[in-house]
Design a protein around this ligand. Structure first.
Ligand code: SF4
Length: 363
């Protein structure tokens, strides 16, 4: 593909809702004028389809215990160097209540795969949050059974995040020894069947993953027809087997990936994920100018933050929730954008009222 004009990219996204893998690889190689055109097209499409609002989704990292040993993650079970913590349920509920006051219209409850937080316990937390605040709740706790997922839905949780990380099954198996790609995707399907708004995503710049793999991941995420897509750079933690994995030489590839995600997914919520600030100063601000419409202030209480480092260089470790939310608001306003005041539900109306039919996701 040689014509990267914003008009043509716009048209492609509108007409086809997909690109060929080779076209995506060509976009990932874009430089100079073409690169600017790609970012401009993604930003224009974002404005046209989902508007200028930036929705704040406060993330509460409530437990860093994890059963799994993902080969890059700082809180993997085998990492003895990390001090483990679990936030008491009442503290999690209180944080969500604060989130509301700090301008976050939704919270993401995230943890490792921690069996102490049984589904009944999670349901109590969700019910407690719903009783005391109006925030929407996203759950990001790994795999749960279909019955457990239905219990979470009945408790009032309507959003989930289950990242597939890469669509390359062999690569997935190499870096996730305790998990299978199929189980993750099945879990995502179970959430969708239970009426959840679904979020997923992948890592950019995985070891031994050529641009063709990245293109396949972009297409796979698009095919999942998600309500939210969260992608971040692959940055392995120092205390893990993959420590020292180099970043991609062309740092723009991380950003190009996000812009392409917007082009192919006009109606998705696209967060400027925190790891982009670890990659490059002001990374998240750049993302808001190339397709992103969600920002995720860290609302984890200060005393726990240093112990929840999935990757090194995580920003804002010395701040607290109020400071993080205030800082995020300033960043958003500086870009001339508005803070979303609604819960920021899915932009896909059909996904709000009807669980999608069981579809073919390549299983
Ligand atoms: S990536 Fe998630 S599942 Fe894997 S070790 Fe880290 S917290 Fe656990």
């Amino acid at each position: 593909m040689t014509d990267f004009s914003p008009q043509r990219l716009h048209r492609l996204a509108d007409e086809r809702h997909t690109l060929a893998p080779a076209e995506i690889v060509a976009l990932l190689h874009a430089q100079d004028h073409d690169l600017k055109a790609l970012y401009a097209a993604a930003d224009a499409l974002r404005r046209e389809k989902v508007g200028d609002n930036v929705f704040l989704r406060g993330i509460i990292e409530f437990s860093n215990y994890c059963l799994n040993d993902c080969a890059y993650c700082g809180i993997r079970a085998g990492n003895q160097a990390v001090s483990r913590y679990r936030m008491p349920p009442e503290e999690i509920i209180a944080r969500a209540e604060h989130a509301d006051r700090w301008g976050c219209t939704s919270v993401v409850l995230q943890s490792g795969e921690d069996p102490w937080f049984t589904t009944p316990r999670l349901c109590e937390i969700i019910t407690g949050i719903k009783r005391r605040s109006a925030v929407a709740v996203t759950i990001s706790v790994g795999i749960r059974s279909p019955a457990e997922i239905r219990e979470l839905r009945a408790a009032g949780c309507a959003r989930c995040l289950v990242r597939f990380e890469t669509s390359d099954r062999e690569l997935f198996a190499r870096i996730h020894p305790d998990e299978t790609f199929e189980r993750r995707i099945q879990c995502l399907r179970d959430f969708r069947a239970a009426g959840f708004q679904t979020g997923s995503g992948f890592m950019i710049g995985l070891p031994d993953a050529p641009l063709e793999t990245l293109a396949a991941d972009i297409l796979y995420a698009t095919r999942l027809d998600l309500d939210m897509i969260g992608c971040g750079p692959f940055i392995a933690h120092a205390d893990t087997p993959l420590a020292g994995t180099p970043l991609l030489a062309d740092r723009e590839i991380y950003f190009k990936t996000i812009a392409i995600m917007r082009l192919l997914n006009p109606l998705v919520h696209l967060p400027a994920t925190t790891a982009f600030d670890a990659l490059v100063r002001g990374g998240r601000d750049r993302l808001l100018q190339m397709g992103c419409n969600v920002f995720m202030p860290n609302l984890t209480p200060g005393q726990y933050r240093a112990q929840y480092q999935l990757y090194p260089g995580k920003p804002c470790l010395d701040e607290d929730g109020a400071a993080c939310a205030a800082c995020v608001m300033k960043r958003v306003e500086k870009l001339g954008r508005l803070i979303g005041r609604s819960p920021g539900h899915s932009f896909k109306p059909a996904n709000l009222s009807h669980p999608a039919p069981d579809d073919d996701l390549g299983l």
